[in-house]
Unconditional design. Structure first.
Length: 372
């Protein structure tokens, strides 16, 4: 009696469907009326992905054996070698809003050509043997496709980490401001790296289940990318805008000795106690440091991790805490003014926000603790 549902057949159907969908989507990019060179790049990415998914059908059907070497093994590593550079240059050119591709990038596609050239003798030897008992040299050479495929996966991972580095640098440049589009790109790159890592393990261990897992993960990611593109057609433009903002923010403090400025700023707070001046403003402080208010604000945000007000009030509250503890006869109002606050209400609000109690309650607890 035959079972109605066969998981193996279902997986093969999903992989074949995903492969053909990727190829059709690649053709869709090519037939657009207005297209740049980047359209050809994204078409190549989708096309290669589709072909690799279809080639994965054989790997998921049964483990690859060296004596059953197929002609597709000649092209599979080369296609995977192409995927990494294409993804990297597409990502880099999109965020930099460049639609021309420098010819120097051709250097990155040399491994794909080398793989094709090196593997060609393997197939010549294999088919020349005519199915007879292979020699030790032939057996050794026939292991080359698996090794080349593993190296191609490592290559893809390296390029993905380069993309991740660019994305993280942008997030760092824009500071603490959230960017949904960048976090989505970051998530996509991490998932893609995970897929490639699973595929690498499948190649090394020659495990069908891992091949299937990598294939299904890839199809799900492709589906999410397609739906994201349909729902947010301006996704690429949003990415360009975020990069432009990051470049602008970075340019503000480029060329400054940020470390020396931060040290001088701390000296002004710790030694000179500039925060005790209730009229101290961001422009005043930046003028004393010899930089613009925008530059100082960015340095405090990025290097110290706080806003200007929070940074200054932190010193004021610490000083007020000492006055409350060691000068019990001093009124709360005087403590507020002595610490650099210009009103009692502002002082009470900031103090309670940090310590969870009013200055009066804090003093009473400290006095009670030190009472004989």
């Amino acid at each position: 009696m035959h079972t109605i549902f066969n998981p193996q057949n279902a997986i093969l159907f999903i992989l074949s469907g995903g492969g053909f969908f990727s190829i059709i989507y690649a053709i869709g990019h090519l037939v657009q009326r207005r297209k740049s060179r980047l359209n050809y790049v994204i078409s190549a990415i989708w096309l290669i992905t589709g072909i690799l998914l279809l080639l994965l059908l054989r790997d998921t059907a049964e483990p690859q054996e060296y004596e059953r070497l197929l002609l597709t093994d000649l092209f599979e590593p080369s296609l995977n070698f192409l995927l990494g550079p294409l993804l990297y240059f597409y990502f880099r050119n999109i965020i930099r809003n460049e639609h021309a591709i420098d010819r120097s990038v051709l250097f990155h596609f040399i491994p794909a050509a080398v793989s094709l050239i090196v593997l060609a003798p393997v197939f010549v030897l294999h088919f020349a043997a005519g199915g007879g008992r292979p020699s030790l040299l032939a057996i050794t050479l026939e292991r080359a496709p698996g090794l080349a495929y593993a190296l191609s996966s490592v290559s893809v991972l390296i390029y993905l980490f380069a993309c991740l580095k660019i994305c993280i640098e942008i997030l760092h440049a824009i500071g603490r401001r959230r960017s949904r589009v960048l976090y989505l790109v970051l998530l996509f790159l991490v998932v893609l790296a995970a897929i490639e890592a699973v595929l690498l393990c499948a190649i090394i261990l020659n495990e069908i289940l891992l091949y299937q897992l990598a294939g299904i993960m890839a199809i799900l990611l492709l589906l999410v990318l397609y739906l994201t593109g349909r729902r947010h057609p301006e996704f690429e433009k949003d990415l360009i805008i975020e990069y432009s903002k990051a470049k602008y923010e970075k340019s503000k403090i480029e060329g400054l000795n940020v470390g020396a400025i931060v040290k001088r700023l701390h000296d002004m707070m710790e030694t000179e106690r500039a925060y005790l001046n209730a009229e101290l403003t961001l422009p005043d402080l930046s003028s004393r440091l010899g930089i613009s208010p925008q530059q100082l604000s960015q340095i405090i945000n990025e290097r110290i991790g706080e806003g200007y007000s929070a940074y200054i009030n932190g010193f004021r509250l610490k000083y007020a805490e000492q006055l409350l503890t060691h000068n019990r006869e001093m009124t709360i109002l005087r403590v507020a003014y002595q610490s650099g606050f210009n009103s009692k209400s502002s002082f009470n609000s900031q103090f309670k926000k940090k310590y969870g109690m009013t200055p009066t309650e804090y003093r009473e607890r400290r006095v009670g603790r030190h009472a004989p």
